[in-house]
Design a protein around this ligand. Structure first.
Ligand code: HEM
Length: 401
């Protein structure tokens, strides 16, 4: 057994002992996270596995204040142990089950934006440190360039920058400083549950060095899709109002386009994943494919209604988890734009422009996703049971609105 696994097992055993006598105090997330990073969930030593399952069982019974440390620990253990309990899922593997509940505790669009930016900063920092240890110069340059390109989309204080701006080139040290400032909330430190969400949310299945990168990119994009779906929900409410406010509607559409644009930038890093490592990751994460993504399903179904219900994602995500809306936003939006044409053509043009921006970013995301999939898996079936890149190519041109 490795030192990290031994330390983690001891820490969880002592927490369990304390929990039998009274309130056990903070859960030892850090040593467990280190052991998971060293082994991968699928290869944890049996003793640690059992202790984690006992801890999961214990936290299920405990009362918890939503948003507090016990609440976050219970949801965290639920995700972490899901594959140990033979209940693997995309939500648990990506920890979006925990992220989603945390974001819904308050102003969801703001929380999703902040958390996704923090995870992006953590990813950039992780990748730059890894690149610094890389001995092959070409590989080091490749990884450093991809990470600093993503760092350009981040602001040290505000999270994501405006995707319309052209941020200047960044040196590695500047990128690291920017991410450090963001992750320490300008030196003040993140609140405890948020720090836990950032620092302990990589339940990797394997010890492949590229898995943290893959998992983080999925988490960030999932949050951005949820954020875009929130803005689309608001745009939908506006479009169905008795007297829709065109400027507010266009602003929600621009915010949607911005979220998808940020997600597109994250692909710079996905392209650096080694195909052989990815094959090992896929084999260890059966049952957790992105067809189960509720964020992307919600986004598509709110926009396109029943036209977004392809059999594959519908089987993976039922209508309860991501219902379709009637009329969908695209129909409601067409009606508002047509009505505006008769008395305010400038406002109608602005609305069309904002709609086009959403579609343009969506198609760009899909094109890049297909390109990355071709490069990394080639012509093999997808984990969700589709014919892989051919499935993606068939649905490439569908607009969101
Ligand atoms: C190594 C990189 C990636 C590869 C090789 C890849 C490959 C694929 C494939 C083959 C599919 C078809 C469905 C199936 O699994 O059978 C798919 C679907 C999907 N992927 Fe990826 N993907 C990658 C990264 C990502 C990332 C980072 C995200 C962000 C969350 C993502 C989100 C999705 C979504 C939402 C779908 C469902 C799309 C739909 O139904 O139209 N993928 N991916």
């Amino acid at each position: 057994m490795t030192t990290s696994a031994r330390l983690a097992e001891r820490a969880v055993a002592s927490w369990l002992r304390r929990s039998r006598e009274g309130p056990p105090g903070p859960f030892p997330h850090r040593p467990v996270t280190r052991a998971v990073a060293a082994h991968g969930i699928t290869a944890l030593p049996g003793g640690l596995e059992h202790r984690l399952l006992d801890a999961w069982d214990r936290t299920r019974e405990s009362p918890r204040e939503p948003g507090g440390p016990e609440w976050a620990t219970a949801l965290w253990l639920e995700c972490l142990t899901s594959s140990l309990r033979d209940a693997p899922s995309y939500d648990a593997y990506t920890m979006t089950a925990l992220f989603g509940q945390w974001c819904r505790l308050g102003d969801a669009p703001r929380r999703t934006a902040r958390l996704s930016a923090l995870l992006a900063a953590d990813l950039v920092r992780h990748e730059l440190r890894r690149a610094a240890r890389e001995e092959r110069p070409a590989e080091r340059r490749f990884r450093t360039t991809a990470a600093t390109r993503l760092a350009r989309q981040l602001d040290a204080y505000d999270g994501w920058t405006d995707p319309g701006a052209t941020p200047p080139h960044l040196e590695t040290a500047q990128a690291l400083r920017r991410c450090g400032t963001l992750l320490s909330a300008g030196g003040r430190g993140l609140p405890v549950p948020l720090a836990l969400l950032v620092e302990s949310s990589l339940p990797v299945a394997t010890a492949e060095p590229d898995e943290p990168l893959f998992l983080r990119t999925v988490q960030i994009m999932e949050l951005l899709a949820e954020q875009a779906a929130c803005h689309i929900g608001e745009a939908h409410r506006q479009a169905l109002a008795a007297t829709p406010e065109p400027a507010a509607l266009a602003a929600q559409l621009r915010a949607t386009a911005a979220g998808i644009a940020h997600a597109h930038h994250v692909f710079h890093l996905v392209t650096t994943i080694d195909p052989a490592q990815f094959a090992a990751i896929r084999a260890a994460t059966v049952g957790t494919g992105a067809l189960q993504s509720t964020g992307f399903a919600r986004l598509e179904r709110r926009c396109r209604g029943t036209a977004a219900l392809r059999p594959e994602p519908l089987a993976a995500i039922g209508l309860d988890a991501a219902p379709t809306l009637a009329p969908p936003l695209c129909a409601a939006l067409a009606r508002v734009t047509a009505r505006l044409e008769t008395h305010d053509r400038a406002a109608a043009a602005r609305l069309r422009l904002a709609t086009d921006a959403v579609n343009e970013q969506w198609r760009r995301w899909k094109r890049t996703h297909l390109g990355v999939a071709k490069k990394i898996i080639g012509d093999v079936p997808g984990t969700g049971g589709t014919d892989g890149v051919r499935y993606l190519a068939r649905h490439l041109k569908e607009p969101l609105l």
